[in-house]
Design a protein around this ligand. Sequence first.
Ligand SMILES: *Cc1c(COP(=O)(O)O)cnc(C)c1O
Length: 456
Amino acid sequence: MPTIIEPFRIHSVEPLRMSTAAERREAIVKAGYNLFSLRSEDVLIDLLTDSGTGAMSSEQWACVQRGDEAYAGSPSWYRFEAAVKELFPFAHVIPTHQGRAAEKILMAAIGGPGLVIPSNTHFDTTRANIEATGAEAVDLPIAEGLDPALEHPFKGNMDLGRLDALLSARRDDVPAVFVTITNNSGGGQPVSLENLRGVRALCDRHRVPLFLDACRFAENAWFIRERESGQGGRDVADIVREIAALADGMTMSAKKDGLANIGGWLAVRDDRLAARCRNLLILTEGFPTYGGLAGRDLDAIAQGLKEVVQHDYLRYRIRSTDYLGDGLHAAGIPVMRPSGGHAVYLDARALLPHIPPLQYPGQALAIALYEAGGIRSCEIGTVMFGRHPDGSETAAALDLVRLAIPRRTYTQSHIDYVVEVCTEVAARAGELRGYRIVDEPPALRHFTARFEPLAK
Ligand SMILES: *Cc1c(COP(=O)(O)O)cnc(C)c1O
């Protein structure tokens, strides 16, 4: 049958609080026009992020009951470690409370002033943790990745020519190369195995370690299975192990492809680096067999890692995201093509050409979607990336609005409603106004900045 159904049925439900447009206009003013500052009860369909917002399975909830809360050496820890190593056989697995804690520890160990860390595209917390050490974070996506309308199977790939040039010029300043799978900030687009092998070859040639930001490893592996020649018949778990074998370590947020509500880890091959990282871990996260997580969380992640590589789950997951992307595309709304694994990205710069990047077209569109339909999305553009450590501000490469799909959470009619709201807003795009920032912190400003609409 052509319809790919959810490979689960609903076991417990969370009511949504219906709201009116007038209530939402009041709420967004109070929030300083920042969607992160809304109360989530004032949101109808929450597509702010797919991070930690998914539904756990009945097996995962059973694992929560089984969690063992021993401070050191808990059975939950050993189940977690075994589940991670089943897919990522690195010698050292270091649990953290979420992905950015793994980044902070790793960057504290390898970063520092004068150094540079390239990536296909750094995620915002990765970039911030690199810059916090005084190092420079450089994005080297392929040119195709920067053209939102272009169809290409692996728009998350890294530009090997530019990586080679950077490593040739500054090899001694590069403590590691990062590859983000899938490329979240670049549209949730996958990286091919061929490209990963190419990055590995350059890292070998220049003797630089390769790290994965592996948050959506299963979605990326599914895309490899579907789109890369010669990969079609493979087991996703096998593809994941091949990806792991190409790297020297990884950072991970279990809130994504861990199918859990919290958690993460850092994994490395190198014994000395692992020892340094564990010492840092103890300062801020906790003992190395729990790393800021409860035993029940470790158990839920261990089970999530078994479920996330199941083909029925991934087939449904990728198709349900694409269902939204196809619906918007068919309605004539400019979206990043093809759909990402976890999200669909509206091209706000294309939809709102009358709003210049420094008046934040992405923010304007995100606010309009909230006011019109109670949809919470996330600006990924000049608000998120436009401000630099020296205080200057420039347009980001793209002004996108991300509609991130929580895992196993919303049904097809929720998504049909989202398409209807987007279509209604797009029909009156010319009326939308830009915004200015009235208050912002020095780093990661998108989380807490306050905005004001500009006069017509
Ligand atoms: C979410 C995410 C992170 C950070 O993980 P947290 O658990 O939110 O701290 C890092 N990189 C990518 C690509 C992400 O999507």
